[in-house]
Every structure is written in C-alpha cells, then in structure tokens.
Design a protein around this ligand. Structure first.
Ligand code: DHK
Length: 148
C-alpha cells in the first residue's frame, strides 16, 4: 500500500526562486514539487503537494491529512513564528510531522528563532536549502515504514 505524505507550504513560498534567492535559492516551488514526487516514487510514497498564503487553507489541509495521510512535511514559512492555530491543527494529526525551513532560521533575525510548530514536530530541518524537503521525505519513509 502506498503511504500518502502531505507536503504543505506557507506564505510567500509561491515566489520561491524569485524572492530573495540569496536566502532561499534559485529553485522554484514547482522544482521542489517535481523532486519530491520523483523521490517519493522511489521511496514508495505518494505525495499531495500544496502551497497557500492563507493560514486557514493550511489548517484545512492538516485536517484533510487526518483522513488519508501517513505523515506531513510542513514548511509553514512566516506562520512558523506566529501560528498557534497551525500548531493546534498538527496536534490533532496522529502521524509523524517533519518541519522544514529552507534557510537556517537560527542564523537570522531573533523573531525567526521561535517556532510554534516545533512543539509538535517529530523532526526539524533548517538550512539545507530545498534539499530539506527530500531529507524530510526520507525520514518519513523510515518512520511510516514505506514499501521501498
Ligand atoms: C520561509 C519563510 O518565508 C520565513 O518566513 C521563515 C522559511 C523561514 C524558510 O527558511 O523556509 O522565517
């Protein structure tokens, strides 16, 4: 059975590749999605990939994940540092959650050093660029016992 992983992306990540490339790199979110799908196929995982600039949509996808997902990769972007609501939604999800940040948030402004989501995440990846998503999928494949 293919295990389904939700890969959720927060605000401004639709501009990945164009926005502050010195921090977030030159890859677009479409590139990230393509690479996630390719790796997921190798790992025996399915992927549902979403991005939104609206907090409630991310919350709704976490609720949807309760129905059919084995795990979640989430880059909440700026909501990382502000959203108790996303934390609460993730607390209502039973499977493993990996939090990803493209940049090393700890090397940046002090307001980026705190994450509400880390209070729920089973692992946190920061500063590995967009490769962080792939590392997160590999970890989830291990945690959910994927076929490959
Ligand atoms: C992305 C953002 O948009 C910021 O608001 C976060 C995160 C960091 C990232 O590194 O992926 O602070």
């Amino acid at each position: 059975m293919t295990r389904l992983i939700y890969v959720l992306n927060g605000p401004n990540l639709n501009l990945l590749g164009k926005r502050q490339p010195e921090i977030y790199g030159h890859e677009t979110l479409a590139d990230v999605e393509r690479d996630c799908r390719a790796l997921a196929g190798e790992l025996g995982l399915g992927v549902r990939f979403h991005q939104s600039n609206r907090e409630y949509e991310i919350i709704d996808w976490v609720h949807a994940a309760r129905e059919d997902a084995a795990g979640i990769v989430i880059n909440p972007a700026a909501f990382t540092h502000t959203s108790v609501a996303i934390l609460d939604a993730l607390n209502a999800f039973d499977g493993p959650v990996i939090e990803v940040h493209i940049s090393n948030v700890h090397k940046r402004e002090a307001f980026r050093h705190h994450s509400f989501v880390s209070g729920r995440a089973d692992g946190v990846i920061a500063g590995f660029g967009t490769q962080g998503y792939l590392l997160a999928l590999r970890r989830l494949a291990h945690l959910v016992g994927a076929a490959a």
